[in-house]
Design a protein around this ligand. Structure first.
Ligand SMILES: N[C@@H](CCC(=O)N[C@@H](CS)C(=O)NCC(=O)O)C(=O)O
Length: 199
């Protein structure tokens, strides 16, 4: 699902690490994630899903990031630095991803159809709270963890850079905006619309 921020994280990391992979499109709007075949691979019925030949299937975008970035510059070795990376990746899942992703999904990807109005205020309030936490952190640091670009930045970038599609206004978050530009300037960065060349 090209527009999924969680799937984009994985494409971005693969590309930056120059790891060859095969992209399989699973369209959640057409229910392709709920077929018996897909549910055998991931009973949660969610994407992204990594298939590693000889090992099996791994769900959860941030677990996939940790796996593919192991022993690379994107996931530092030091115990403290790794914990810092994980701290922001847990923050992303717990306090950030849902609240930025849901408004975008219903407004932009679903085009406003069946809007979940009862949830919107809560999503927006919590989403802005997450953006404020990021803004505070970035007032004194260029990156989220370990003093450099890591999978914590990839995880947080995915839904932050398209937050506007969910109705968030980033104009009052100058540190976040400057960080988005730093992430986009990293080598082999690709946008969410990037499509793999056919093999
Ligand atoms: N925590 C999971 C969230 C995965 C997730 O919610 N994926 C969405 C697309 S971004 C999905 O598959 N939704 C379809 C559904 O739940 O039926 C991750 O980070 O991978």
């Amino acid at each position: 699902m090209q527009q999924s921020g969680n799937a984009y994280k994985v494409r971005l990391a693969f590309n930056q690490l120059e790891i060859p992979f095969t992209l399989v499109n699973v369209d959640i709007l057409r229910g392709e994630n709920r077929t018996p075949d897909f549910l055998r691979k991931n009973p949660e019925g969610r994407i992204p899903l990594l298939e590693m030949r000889g090992r099996g299937y791994l769900a959860e975008s941030n677990a996939i990031l940790c796996f593919i970035a192991e022993a690379t510059a994107l996931f530092p070795d030091g115990r403290w630095e790794r914990a810092e990376v994980l701290r922001w990746m847990f923050f992303e899942q717990n306090s950030h991803e849902t609240y930025l992703a849901q408004p975008r999904f219903w407004l932009s990807i679903r085009g406003g159809a069946d809007l979940r109005r009862d949830h919107f205020d809560d999503w927006m309030e919590r989403g802005y709270a997450a953006l404020m936490s990021m803004e505070r952190h970035l007032a004194t640091a260029a990156w989220f963890a370990a003093g450099r670009y890591t999978i914590a930045d990839i995880a947080l970038f995915a839904h932050t850079h398209v937050a506007g599609e969910g109705g968030f206004d980033l104009a009052t978050f100058p540190n976040v905006l400057a960080w988005l530009d730093r992430v986009k300037a990293q080598p082999r960065h690709i946008g969410i619309d990037w499509v793999a060349e056919p093999p």
